[in-house]
Design a protein around this ligand. Structure first.
Ligand code: FES
Length: 151
């Protein structure tokens, strides 16, 4: 039965419908090298059913917060452009778990900083860690630390 044949090919409309994407998104992913198609004699795109697994991988990776460049890099580490198998998924999802843990830790820190701002509203560059979040020289001490040089 064609339905379960991994070598069966789909038109772009059928592929997009099964992947839950717009056809424009399929073309975009293809232009980025994330999915691939073969061409018919009439130059129409046909997608192997196995490419649906690449789309599932892309969507899962995007939901974790990976950029398309990062997704492409992850897929690019697979030999011969094959689709991700269970072992690939296990390895990569483990890396993503660490990423999510770092994101959660950063958000917790942000939440704690924000707790200090509730009811304040000063937005002081000296005092407010939300407003001045990236202050890398604060640890050097109070006052100017970067040696302002007038003209
Ligand atoms: S608004 Fe005052 S400390 Fe952030």
């Amino acid at each position: 039965m064609v339905e379960h044949d991994p070598h069966a090919v789909l038109t772009i409309g059928d592929f997009a419908a099964r992947a839950g994407l717009a056809t424009s998104a399929v073309r975009y992913y293809e232009s980025l090298g994330l999915v691939s198609s073969v061409r018919t004699g009439g130059n129409q795109r046909r997608y192997r059913r196995a490419e649906l697994r690449r789309v599932a991988f892309i969507r899962a990776a995007r939901s974790v917060g990976l950029s398309l460049d990062e997704v492409k890099a992850a897929l690019g580490r697979l030999p011969d452009g094959r689709v991700p198998d269970r072992a690939d998924w296990t390895r990569l999802s483990g890396e993503w778990r660490e990423r999510i843990e770092r994101q959660i830790a950063a958000l917790r820190e942000l939440q704690e900083d924000l707790d200090g701002c509730v009811g304040c509203g000063c937005l002081s560059i000296d005092k407010c860690s939300i407003y001045n979040r990236e202050d890398k020289v604060a640890a050097r001490g109070a006052g100017p630390q970067l040696g302002f040089k007038p003209f």
